[in-house]
Design a protein around this ligand. Sequence first.
Ligand code: ATP
Ligand code: MG
Length: 447
Amino acid sequence: MTGLPEGAAFVLARLEKHGFQGYAVGGCVRDSLLGREPKDWDICTDALPEEMQRVFRDQHVIETGLKHGTLTVMYAHEPYEVTTFRVDGEYTDHRHPDEVRFVKDVVDDLSRRDFTVNAMAWNPKTGLVDAFGGQEDLKKKLIRCVGEPERRFGEDALRIMRALRFASTYGFAIDEATAQAIHRLKHTLQDVAAERIRVELAKLLCGQGAGEILREYSDVIFQILPKLAPMAGFDQRTPYHAYDVWEHTVRAVENAPATEVLRLTMLLHDSGKPEVFTVDEAGVGHAWGHQKASVSIAEEALAYLRVDNATRDRVLQLVEMHDWPMSTERTLLKRRLNRLGEEALYQLIEVQRADALGKGTESVADVEARTAAIRQALDTLIAERPCVTLRDMAVNGRDLMQAGIAQGKTLGETLNWLLNEVLNERLANDREALMAAARAHAAEQQA
Ligand code: ATP
Ligand code: MG
């Protein structure tokens, strides 16, 4: 193991100096063995909470988790969670152990952890403690429960989502027995707080193996978000699509940049299609109005997942606009900038790219070339700092009023008309030109 940070080394050394065991454990061990940079370094120890308090008396510590055996030790402004070895008591609600019990053996602590790859501990003296075959599973790229899968998922249903999330993040497969238990116990996810499901779902969607997981575990996804289920196997009967709606969705997700906003958008963008679907006399399928139908399914899904407002609003906007016409044409891009702003417009371009790649009817090279041209046209336009909002305009309401051109109700109307002329490049964003045009416009209105 490499890369043990100074703070973690300090915590381990300090525990040892006081006669206690200390190990780096869980995600940091897994990630180090995978050659990835761990996000944080968790430490476990046989020291009891009050003993930890004594050992780290002279350190800045945070005691929020002490009841469950966790003390956060600050070192060089970085937090290190130090947790007493423990085993969980009975689970009666698929969520929380009824009690925790502190223990003295690190292997007992490892045995309560969810997956073999997460159940390894390490310290510089003893090296790796791997009692459940975690290293081998890392080599085999396998997510496997520690112990009996049905029992482990029965204790805590969130582990179902964690299994899918880890498999997606690392591009791993899920061991057969673990997979079977996931399918069988998916309904217990209804007992899990939606906020926690959201966190795991976002990571799942952003993982390298997201497509595989969405395909193989669509039943779990539909358990969480039942309104997505009609997409599965839904034949679109159109030359514009090679795949059913769910397979298209999965491919669109895979092809979008790995951010929560974009991947959620792709997951939801066509969810309303089955609902509005019609077939014409020629036998061709249509999904007119599916954008609105998708928005309402998305609204419900995002509310259930307790997604924050900024994420929700952006996803809904992108779902609604996902197939608005787009081109390299300057005035079109200006109108889109006016409506969306820079960030959302760049996102919409990615949404449309992912959507197109997910259809399987156009060559990848064509989609990429079109997308690159649009990005380039937008970059160029933005570098000119174009006028795309009322705020950017070279005249404002006061100017028009002072010149006696417009007031009251007509003021706003005139300003919007001017902006529209500027967006469509029929007028330059130039004070003189705008004032003259406003005068002519007002005269015309009065005539
Ligand atoms: P990440 O890199 O995303 O933080 P992680 O493995 O560190 O992944 P955490 O949620 O930070 O995940 O949990 C730390 C460790 O605690 C895990 O590696 C695992 O050993 C254990 N653990 C976490 N959640 C559970 C759970 N629901 N059931 C059993 N063990 C768990
Ligand atoms: Mg972690």
